[in-house]
Design a protein around this ligand. Structure first.
Ligand code: 17E
Ligand code: FE2
Length: 420
């Protein structure tokens, strides 16, 4: 017996039905037989695999303005502001804010989330709270946690011990922040520690790497070398890597070859890094984004994250993944026809590779019936229109619905879609 059938949705330029049985996609094709199934009218809507948030900080979310606003807009004032807010963290505080954001994300079709969690707290309050949230939310959103030493592994008292304790408590991924360690040598040493812990606990790695405009910040090459040495390749992610946007082209060219050998993933956070970086420049002012287009053209896996929703680093945000995709199109100048579509893939299929879940993700028969219906005929138009997300299905169950909005002009309905 079929559970659910979606009728007449758009998928890869075709109009199809999609049949769901036992929480899985059972068939995709034209005019499917579906006796006894609940019918859903998907005409005019794009069928998409769910959105994936590959980089966010759920412990800091929804604290913007507490205890003060970040007036300079720099990464460093963000870190200072968070250090002050961190003193008043409680289990309930972290759980309430993180749960609120995960619910916003689920309502907007984000069903997988990788969140960093600050381990530079002697009590590990946020770590313990987010481990609880991860379990509590399991039926709605799948959360991966990254142990993130915000104030350093070697530059914060007991930084390495706290990082390891977070892994022992059950955090999924090992993080790092080499560019924020006190010296270049400590930065390189910190990367080695992240990889030693990853090997010891069999965990993937996701490092905040070279999040600065300093062209001398070259920890990405250290991460690549460790990925090659350990053979961890696709289990390794370099997040931010904004210094790449300031590297000399000759160095960037050499590095690109090493990155192809290392086969690591990249996460860019265009909403946040277009605002955090370039703050020491007058004009010309750098964009401060990593080389998204060139990494993608070189066949490397690149995904996009939000990074922050309403916190000391970015006071705006909603959690809707079309926003970082839309911003990437602009900041990375990925405006070509296929490039816009690639930016959509960076918040869906490419992000699935970053999270290591590509083998159980996507709209195909036998895969989990997790999907999103958007008011657009294809990915290109979904980004252009920041299309309304009309329905979210998780494990064959409708978990979120948004009713269609309707605009009139001078009393007459007006169609604003004009899709190309
Ligand atoms: N911490 C950090 O080091 N960098 C960031 N972009 C955020 C937190 C959001
Ligand atoms: Fe981050």
């Amino acid at each position: 017996m079929a559970d659910l059938v979606l009728r007449g949705g758009y998928l890869d330029g075709e109009t199809v039905d999609l049949l769901i049985q036992g929480g899985q996609i059972a068939a995709i094709g034209p005019q499917l037989e579906a006796a006894g199934a609940t019918e859903i009218d998907a005409r005019g809507l794009l069928l998409s695999p769910p959105f994936i948030e590959s980089h966010i900080h759920l412990d800091t979310t929804l604290t913007a303005g507490e205890p003060k606003w970040n007036e300079s807009g720099t990464l460093f004032e963000g870190i200072e502001t968070w250090a002050a807010r961190k003193k008043s963290l409680s289990r309930e505080d972290v759980m309430r804010r993180a749960t609120t954001l995960l619910r916003w994300q689920a309502a907007q079709g984000v069903l997988h989330v990788r969140s960093h969690v600050d381990t530079t707290d002697p009590e590990l309050t946020a770590v313990r709270a987010l481990l609880e949230v991860r379990e509590k939310m399991r039926d709605l959103v799948e959360v991966q946690l990254v142990a993130f030493p915000q104030e350093g592994i070697l530059s914060f008292p007991k930084g390495a011990e706290l990082l390891e304790e977070a892994l022992r408590l059950g955090v999924d991924v090992v993080g790092g922040i080499p560019h924020y360690e006190l010296t270049r040598d400590m930065g390189a040493q910190s990367v080695a520690i992240s990889f030693q812990l990853a090997e010891k606990y069999s965990r993937p790695v996701d490092i905040h790497c070279d999040e600065t405009d300093d062209p001398q910040s070259r920890f990405l090459e250290v991460v690549a070398a460790e990925a090659i040495r350990t053979g961890m390749g696709e289990m390794v992610t370099a997040s931010h890597t904004t210094a790449m946007g300031s590297y000399d082209d000759a160095y960037a060219f050499k590095l690109m070859g090493f990155l192809r050998r290392a086969r690591i993933n990249f996460v860019a956070n265009p909403l946040i890094n277009i605002t955090l970086q370039g703050r020491m420049d007058t004009y010309p002012k750098r964009r401060g984004l990593t080389r998204v287009k060139e990494l993608w053209q070189n066949g490397l896996n690149v995904s996009l994250g939000y990074d922050d929703v309403m916190d000391p680093w970015y006071s705006l945000g909603t959690g809707n993944m079309l926003q970082p995709a839309h911003m990437a199109v602009h900041v990375a100048q990925m405006t070509g026809r296929a490039e816009v579509v690639a930016c959509y893939d960076m918040v869906t299929t490419h992000a699935a590779r970053t999270l290591g879940i590509a083998d159980r993700y996507g709209l195909a028969v036998g895969r989990p019936a997790d999907l999103v219906l958007l008011e657009a005929k294809d990915k290109w138009n979904a980004i252009r229109r920041l299309a309304p997300i009309r329905m979210v299905i998780r494990g064959g169950r409708v978990v979120a619905e948004t009713t269609a909005s309707r605009t009139t002009l001078l009393g007459e309905p007006i169609d604003l879609s004009a899709e190309r």
